[in-house]
Design a binder for this molecule. Sequence first.
Ligand code: SF4
Length: 396
Amino acid sequence: MQAIKDIYRIGYGPSSSHTIAPMRAAKIFLENNEPFETYTVNLYGSLALTGKGHHTDRILKEVLGERAKINFCLDRSKDNCFEIIGRNKTKEVLWHIRSLGGGAIEIAEFPELDDNKEVYELNHFSQIKQYLKDHDLSLIEYIKSHENDLEAHLNEALNAMLESVERGLKYEAKINDDLKIDKIAKQLYEQAILKHDDDLKKMSYAYSASEENALGHTVVTAPTLGSCGIVASLMYYAYHDLKIEKDRLIQALMVGGLFGNIIKTNATISGALGGCQAEVGSACAMASAMIAFLNNEDLDVIEYAAEIGIEHHLGLTCDPVKGYVIIPCIERNAVAILRSFDAAKLSANLLKFRTHLVSFDMVVSSMNYTGQKLSPELKETSLGGLALEFKDDQTA
Ligand code: SF4
């Protein structure tokens, strides 16, 4: 398993696989090659179909220069991948890159990327649980023994999450002219205060971070940007409303990150590869485990919470309307933060009366299977599902 650190990447919205991943690849290309006279990027699969709405071309031009040529290639045989080509009169360099979700990339011509290094020997939660038992270790001790630079990074990620929610609660703005959608987080928060409604407050926090993402502002993958509102909402609620110390929240991020990492390793966290169950489902599992951890529950309850968090998102499709990370994404983040609290509550109470039959590893395997069976129309291509309802609509 790779580093948990990479589950939490700080970057510009609206999509980790469509903005952070191409941006990182383009920067690495520039750092490792001589300057070229021209740059061309060919986008395939979901990157071609929803790249415009996800600002892929804009971010690539920011890195490679305004004159870079971005081609949206409607070749259905290639999934979430792209090519970067640098040319001058005497030389041409071509890189083949795959966007893996959460901003992770695989560059065929440059395999020695830091974030592709294996850091953990064990890939399944059952193995980790047994290891902790055999060595009398806590989950936090286990994680820290594998990543000694994690705390500093998580401190930064936590602050960026808190700032994203805080910022979004303060102002009103139009999110998108095409969809005629305005920000709503501030009004939701004001309603929550007026009605003393904690659930509405949590949803307003999720709206806030997700709207910041849709606006292309700085947010944090958890595990992706499309699903960034869920863990950010939890962190903001825990810090501001429950007054939990940052050190404890950083530990919670470690726990959530481990579950996200197991999903990334054994299934996928990419909507383009596995549908929204891989993004919002994974984020809900992470947040569910984190809530159980913050409630001082034992490892079985934490695992069960994560399992419930993802089980009831199985089969969830990714069908962003007009290719924007707005509908259904933002509302879905708000619904999932409440589901996380429900999952943590249910797991703590159910386990008093019976053991659970479905393990976290089982549900991850099932999610992977389901993701492979989902048709390409329902995996971030905007060719099916809800997106189809608005295909010719000018006033969604
Ligand atoms: S529907 Fe889900 S997976 Fe698809 S772009 Fe929106 S948040 Fe991401």
